[in-house]
Design a protein around this ligand. Sequence first.
Ligand code: 13P
Length: 303
Amino acid sequence: MNIEVLKNEIYKLKEEKNALIVAHNYQIDEVQEIADFVGDSFYLSKVCAERPEKVIVFCGVHFMAESAKILSPNKKVLLPEIDAGCPLADMVTAEDVENLKKKYPDYSIVCYINSPASVKAKSDVICTSSNAVKIVREFPNDKIIFLPDKNLGSFVKKQVPEKDIILWEGFCITHYKIKKEDVEKAKSLHPNALVLVHPECRPEVVELADFVGSTKQIIDFATASKEKEFIIGTEMGVLYSLKKLNPDKKFYILHPGMICPNMKKNTLQSVRDALLYERYQIEVEEEIMEGAKKALSKMLEIG
Ligand code: 13P
């Protein structure tokens, strides 16, 4: 189907069903274009919880739509592509958390939102890349197990040296591609550019950055900056907002492979089908709903 026809159908169905469309910063340009709200994981989880619409089309990956459902159990949350997952989220299981709790009974579990609901349910509080430092710093326990992302965890550890933080071994397969040499090369090619990276990057990459933040924080930083050139260390999808908000600035992606294959699964066609057939509905098992909601709500309270 032609793009304009698809877009018009999406707008029509959205009106008819009184639905909200949200898109993560990593979505393809056309999907970001038709969304009511575009942002990072934290911003979108707040938007979904606060908005009155009863149908939400979440253009992102599974754990994001699942988090929206946990925070708003009475809403119908739809993920356009049901197999849009997150390899990082799958690097820890509820059983792993159980074992950690037995081994370290006086530690609290701070869990990155990139995780399954079953893991969230066994955690004390959730965080996103935009509030991880604040959550760990303000959580009333000095002994923390941070999971599943070891890179975000080691960034937090550096910012909060007063706490004893144990890391899990998970990582994002896309951000992991960026090596220290890529930053050095990009800096030599663009000596006037600032380096802005996501905290899911390796510690030696984060070390070389001028700014470290979530996708939304990177976009906000570049937009507010007086500088004109930026080297970007996160998934390419952020270029959509960066270029739209800053037509006079230049952006260089740190690595050509900065594409999250799961985020790119959602298309205009699948968004239209999601609205038309009300699919794929995200459900969360009752036994894990309560614990996961408690941990996510605690994040909204602190962060
Ligand atoms: P944000 O917190 O910027 O949404 O990042 C989420 C993510 O999965 C990055 O890979």
